[in-house]
Ligand binder design. Structure first.
Ligand SMILES: NC(=O)c1ccc[n+]([C@@H]2O[C@H](COP(=O)([O-])OP(=O)(O)OC[C@H]3O[C@@H](n4cnc5c(N)ncnc54)[C@H](OP(=O)(O)O)[C@@H]3O)[C@@H](O)[C@H]2O)c1
Length: 408
């Protein structure tokens, strides 16, 4: 495995290139060109959020009234983001216990607390719901939310298997509401910068390696929902591997055709350490994406993306820094005569001041508030990720290569 390397060999810095980032997102480059600070070694480009966002986003008219199903730990972070995001207004929380809902509402500045999830879905003054319930329980609540006309931001992994996701997506489509999963890194300004710079690596990315792991303590293995087949049957694969698979699909811009995987450890039938390998077709042969996810290893969340002419690295690709999110990029690097030293064209790109969960809530709220149209790319990403997840589970369980069919 390759960790996010900083240059240790002699660097021949490339002249600093003046850069401007364009994005395909609502956070489009419309301001002044991105500032490039003349760097020492390596060159550093800085991208400020004001360079990436529409000026019309300062308009505070039109906001999405949010409700949350379940007093989940992650809901604390997302409700905080709802308070900070433009076009968002966190309004209500529901819990199986009214007491818990009331305590959460008081602590997090919400107007209303409901003692059941049904009651929140019946609340006419809610436009969108955030659903961080355990994965095994989400299917029915997403379908009920869609039937109640609520837009749905659904935590990941979306469901235990792809047929459930297909039903959830279909229910939202039929109701004309947005469905999106909670992959926050896709809303970080760095994400569009990363996509824009992929062509620097070559015609297409040909290899990718990633890891998302953390070392869980004994109490986690006793009681956390992530290690119970009743609540999170995909374990570490669903909690952590989901991000590695999603990034592989984005970077390779395709679905894999062959999937191999191994569960190296199970805890009460739930995978807690898995590695996988996805094969993608390419213009010049097979392209590979590998990943490791685990509750047994130290916190790591790195990715390496390789093409014919170069490579890029992010050391925090899942939970991107809210202040200085870095991409390290090397192109046309080579060994000098006699292998005495490397010649490296290394560039460090720094994306400043983007809180990815706030960006996610803001993007979703614009849709729910009717400012932007419902966007079919989001349910598509969720369904494709879950299809690959299914293949990984089958490959690991049966110890065989799984060949994926072509999906429409
Ligand atoms: N996108 C991200 O960055 C991110 C980060 C962390 C977690 N997640 C995902 O979010 C989900 C929730 O994770 P979490 O750690 O926040 O979970 P958690 O703290 O255990 O919360 C789950 C909530 O679900 C409700 N619930 C309903 N039925 C339940 C049952 N049978 N057992 C347990 N809880 C039940 C509970 O709310 P009430 O008791 O109030 O009804 C509980 O507070 C997971 O799928 C996880 O993978 C995503």
């Amino acid at each position: 495995m390759v960790d996010c390397p900083l240059p240790t060999s002699r660097i021949k810095p490339k002249p600093v290139v003046f850069q401007k980032y364009r994005t395909a997102s609502p956070y489009r480059a419309s301001g002044p060109p991105a500032r490039t600070i003349h760097a020492l070694k390596p060159p550093i480009s800085r991208v400020a959020p004001s360079d990436l966002r529409d000026s019309d986003m300062t308009d505070s008219s039109g906001s999405c009234r949010w409700g949350v199903l379940g007093t989940a730990s992650i809901a604390r972070k997302v409700v905080r983001a709802m308070h900070q995001a433009r076009h968002a207004r966190p309004v209500a929380i529901a819990s199986r216990s009214l007491e818990k809902a009331s305590a959460f509402a008081t602590e997090h500045g919400l107007e209303r607390a409901h003692g059941s999830y049904e009651a929140l879905l019946a609340d006419p003054e809610i436009d969108a719901v955030y659903i961080p319930l355990p994965t095994a329980l989400r299917h029915d609540w997403v379908i009920r939310a869609a039937a109640a006309g609520k837009h749905v931001l659904c935590e990941k992994p979306v469901a235990p298997h792809a047929s459930a996701v297909a039903e959830m997506v279909e229910a939202c489509r039929d109701a004309g509401v947005q469905f999106m999963d909670g992959v926050m890194f896709m809303h970080h300004d760095r994400f569009e910068v990363m996509r824009t710079r992929l062509p620097d690596l070559g015609l297409v990315p040909t290899f990718l390696d990633s890891a998302f792991t953390f070392r869980a303590d004994p109490s986690f293995f006793e009681s956390n929902i992530r290690v119970s087949a009743d609540t999170e049957p995909l374990g570490a694969l669903g909690d952590l591997g989901w991000y590695c698979i999603r990034m592989a699909l984005v970077v390779m811009d395709a679905m894999p055709t062959v999937v191999r995987a191994r569960h190296h450890e199970l805890h009460r039938e739930v995978p807690i350490h898995t590695t996988g390998e996805l094969e993608f077709p390419g213009p010049e042969g097979v392209r590979i994406a590998r990943f490791q996810c685990s509750f047994r290893h130290p916190l790591r969340q790195w990715i390496e993306i390789v093409g014919e002419h170069g490579a890029m690295w992010m050391h925090d690709f899942v939970i991107g820094s809210p202040t200085e999110a870095v991409i390290d990029l090397e192109t046309e690097s080579s060994l000098t005569e006699g292998d005495a030293a490397h010649r490296r064209n290394h560039e460090r790109i720094v994306v400043n001041d983007c809180v990815q969960e706030v960006a996610m809530v803001e993007r979703f709220s614009r849709i729910a508030a009717g400012i932007d149209p419902v966007d079919p790319q989001w349910p598509r990403w969720a369904l494709d990720t879950q299809r690959v997840m299914d293949a990984v589970m089958s490959a690991a369980a049966e110890g065989v290569d799984v060949h994926l069919p072509a999906f429409d």
